[in-house]
Design a protein around this ligand. Structure first.
Ligand code: ZN
Length: 281
C-alpha cells in the first residue's frame, strides 16, 4: 500500500470514528522530530506539513531528506501546505517523501479555483490533493487574507464534483496566525458542508489559539484534519528561551534545541488527545 493510500485509509477512519488527524507545520529538523515522537508516544496518525516558503528556507533537497526520513515512521504522512504555485505542487507530487499536496487557489474566483485544482488533481495520480474553498482570515507565511468568508455548502458540492479533490479545506471563521479577538466559529456550516459533499475529509485551517473546547466541537461537527502551526512554533520558542533563562551561559545547541523539541512534543501530544487521535493508529 502506498503512503497516500494509507493516509486515505486514516482520513476515512477519521470520518467514520469522528476524530481529526493533527497536521502540524514544520520548519526544521527538531520540529519534525517532535511531531514524529508525539505520534509514536500517542499511537496516533499524524500529518507533517510544510509550506512553500519553509521548503525554500531549507532548500528542497534538505527539506525532502528530513521529511522522507520522518515518513519512514508508518503513522507519519507528509503533505505540502498551501501550495500557491502549481510548479511547487507538482515538484512535491513527484517527490517520494510526499503523500499529499495542497493547491491553494482560494484567493481566485470559483471558476479559476476549480480549473487550477483540477489540473493539479489530474497531475497527482494516486497522490492525495487538498484544496480550499472560502477564505480563512489572517496571515500564515505567504498566505494573507482580510477577514474570513464562510464556505458556501452548495459551492462546496460543485467544487468537489468538478475537481475530484480528495480533501477539502473549509472556512468557518478561523484565521491564520495569532487571534486579536475571540474567534467566532460557525459549527453549523461544517454539518451543512458534510451533508452537501458526502464522505470527503474536511480540514480546519487557522486552528492555533482555539480552545480545547472549540477544537472538540469542530471535530464533533465533522472536521477530520486540523492544521496547527503558530501555537507549536510558540511552544518551541518557549522551550528554547526558558532553557536559556535557566542556563544563560550554555551554548550547547543540542541542549537548547533539545528542550525546544520537548516542549513542542508535549503540546502536540496534548493536541492529539483533544482531537481524539490517540490510539487511532
Ligand atoms: Zn492554512
Amino acid at each position: 500500500m502506498t503512503k497516500s493510500a494509507e493516509l486515505k485509509k486514516y482520513l476515512d477512519k477519521a470520518i467514520k470514528e469522528k476524530f481529526a488527524i493533527p497536521a502540524i507545520n514544520t520548519t526544521n529538523m527538531e520540529t519534525t522530530q517532535s511531531i514524529v515522537e508525539a505520534a509514536k508516544e500517542m499511537n496516533a496518525p499524524v500529518i507533517i506539513q510544510i509550506t512553500e516558503s519553509a521548503i525554500k528556507y531549507a532548500g528542497f533537497s534538505y527539506a525532502e531528506a528530513i521529511l522522507k526520513t520522518a515518513a519512514n515512521t508508518p503513522q507519519v504522512f507528509i503533505h505540502l501546505d498551501h501550495g500557491m504555485s502549481e510548479e511547487m505542487a507538482k515538484q512535491c507530487i513527484e517527490s517520494p517523501a510526499f503523500a499529499a499536496v495542497m493547491i491553494d487557489k482560494s484567493k481566485f474566483n470559483l471558476e479559476e479555483n476549480i480549473a487550477g485544482t483540477r489540473r493539479v488533481k489530474e497531475y497527482a495520480g494516486y497522490k492525495l490533493v487538498e484544496a480550499e474553498l472560502g477564505v480563512v482570515g489572517g496571515k500564515e507565511e505567504d498566505v494573507i487574507a482580510e477577514g474570513s468568508i464562510y464556505t458556501n455548502p452548495c459551492e462546496a458540492k460543485r467544487f468537489v464534483d468538478e475537481t475530484g479533490v480528495d480533501i477539502l479545506a473549509i472556512a468557518i471563521g478561523t484565521a491564520h496566525g495569532i487571534y486579536k479577538d475571540e474567534p467566532k466559529l460557525n459549527y453549523e456550516i461544517i454539518g451543512q458542508i458534510r451533508e452537501a459533499v458526502g464522505n470527503i475529509p474536511l480540514v480546519l485551517h487557522g486552528s492555533s489559539g482555539l480552545s480545547d473546547e472549540q477544537l472538540r466541537k469542530a471535530v464533533a461537527a465533522g472536521i477530520n484534519k486540523v492544521n496547527l502551526d503558530t501555537e507549536i512554533k510558540q511552544e518551541f520558542i518557549k522551550g528554547f528561551t526558558q532553557y536559556l533563562e535557566k542556563n544563560p551561559s550554555d551554548y550547547d545547541l543540542r541542549k537548547i534545541f533539545g528542550e525546544a523539541r520537548n516542549y513542542a512534543k508535549e503540546l502536540i501530544k496534548h493536541k492529539i488527545k483533544v482531537l481524539g487521535a490517540e490510539n487511532k493508529y
